[in-house]
Design a binder for this molecule. Sequence first.
Ligand code: PMP
Length: 430
Amino acid sequence: MGLQTMSWTNSKNKALVERAQAVIPRGMYGHQSVALLPDDYPQFFARAEGAHLWDVDGNRYLDFLGGYGPNLFGYGDREIDDAYVAQMRQGDTMTGPAEVMVELAETMVGMVSHADWAMFCKNGTDATTMALMIARNHTRKNTVLLARGAYHGAAPWCTPLKRGVSPGDRAHQVFYDYNDVESLEAAVREAGDDLAAIFAAPIKHDTFIDQELPDPAYARRARELCDAHGALLIVDDVRAGFRLARDSSWSLVGVKPDLSSWGKAIANGHPISALMGAEVAREAAMTIYATGSFWFSAAPMAAGLKTMARIRDTDYLERTEALGQRLRDGLDESAHRHDFALRQTGPAQMPLIRVEDDPTLAKGYFWAQALMKRGVYVHPWHNMFICAAMTDGDIDFAVQAADDAFKLMKAAGPLEAPAQLAFMTQILDH
Ligand code: PMP
């Protein structure tokens, strides 16, 4: 029995991959490259609507990645996109910002309880990098504490691969283990009198390993240590922002950061990110140089404003949580029926799904590929995102596809380790 379903084809994708390899390094780069995903994952897409994606061969997928986070209310959401288009027709990238910049800042400051101000930029990396600079400017100190394995972007100070990075780019960094108070305290001791900031993701959502919710004792200790040393606490809400709360994600554990970085979902897919801060960091924010040619584009801000209204006024959060739980329960039941077990970690609406007893990821890759070929786009080692445009019926469709995939995997017997991961080990080692 093969994995191929009757209707799934990929000839157009293959031809595009070949063309891409001539004019784009490796055909594609970064997190949007499928080089580390199971064989046959499509690289190029033609269309997206609601919770669904179509690849260039016309295969339709229920999409659990949502552009790696931005798709919160559905691709092409009419109301949000109408706001975008209306502003675009009025003026988008102009010589200065539009009124909507102030409206969006006022709205977000009204929603994010720790924040008194907002600055807008394009990518999450812009926001985390500004946070770093503001913390160093505020404290006139250099050392930042980072949780081992956390992702904060693709700039030289934080990119996970060391290629092209100088030791100087990584100077003044001390690492601690997420949720481990002792290791955090040891890192603070190591920083001595040079502590500028503690960075924390709102949840531990590193790739390849189980997700962890924040231990409130760890979050509170990070706050206390920053206060004791005059350092700034930075919560990187780029990925989880507004997925877990209608406020900063650490409002759930009662801890207020000084700075928080936002991106991904804040304009439902339109390109904009934000750095938000408390009064204490305003002066330092005023005196760094931060800008970009497209940072003041008004159309994504209009989309952001509409997205904020939807976040405030709808039950999207409770719905995505319920949909995620329905998926989690359905998958667990199906796995057990076929003598497999899943490790499902993190918040239900940001699920990371791994197959138990799968050190080489062979099972995870097989299962994900079988789901993909049945029209359900999942990721074997990155957390996924439930979209508010999904329905119970969509979730049931995914569970049915997963059931077929488990059946197929049981019939397949022992599986070989995926070659993709050998490639990754090679680049991580350099
Ligand atoms: N921080 C976190 C927690 C992220 O998940 C990401 C993106 N995956 C970033 C920062 C960087 O954002 P961007 O890719 O938009 O630069």
